[in-house]
Design a protein around this ligand. Sequence first.
Ligand SMILES: CC(C)(COP(=O)(O)OP(=O)(O)OC[C@H]1O[C@@H](n2cnc3c(N)ncnc32)[C@H](O)[C@@H]1OP(=O)(O)O)[C@@H](O)C(=O)NCCC(=O)NCCS
Length: 183
Amino acid sequence: MTSFEPVEIAAGPYQLRPWPVAHADLDEVLTEFCLDPVAKAGIAAFNGPLEDTVAGLRERRLTGWDTGLYLGWGIREATTGRCVGEVTLIHVDLTNQASEIGYTTRPGDRGRGVMALAVPAACRWGFGGLGLHRIALGHMVDNTGSQRVAEKCGFTYEGLARGDYLNHGVHQDTMWWSLLATD
Ligand SMILES: CC(C)(COP(=O)(O)OP(=O)(O)OC[C@H]1O[C@@H](n2cnc3c(N)ncnc32)[C@H](O)[C@@H]1OP(=O)(O)O)[C@@H](O)C(=O)NCCC(=O)NCCS
């Protein structure tokens, strides 16, 4: 288990603030995700009984930098501090210099270029700050928004993993992409 010191990252008009250092609105944001049909359709972890699900999600975000399993940032407007979404480096493996990335924009802030800025900023830090070589990105086949984020952020499509993701009791195929430090 590797522990990481929470780090803030600038992303143009946004500031990525690690959840452990700024979490006053974490429950509000997570509750919104768990009630949002689009987020629930794309991310299995947002499904389940509301209170228990939010508690589990909160725990993961507050302890994730200590365990290295979940380096998550709230994406905040730099001027107001308002949270517009979250981006996360998941399962950071320094031995293999690899990680995964995940993200969700708050419903009212979608389509404004939040992830087009936040994902590259988190990746840049993953490569430059952590020395990662590879960051993987996976999404279900019908998640066109996430696919567009992958394309827009310069990820290379690698292929379809069949039945890779259990969501809503169904084994869903996942489209996998990667970004390398050398890309
Ligand atoms: C996918 C998601 C994160 C996109 O976030 P966003 O902040 O709205 O994305 P951006 O505004 O930065 O858009 C990036 C690009 O994707 C496009 N895009 C975003 N959502 C789209 C959608 N639903 N359909 C088609 N294109 C979409 C944008 O138009 C933009 O491309 P462009 O500049 O060429 O027009 C957001 O829809 C979301 O939170 N979905 C629910 C959670 C989820 O599925 N997360 C990913 C799990 S793998």
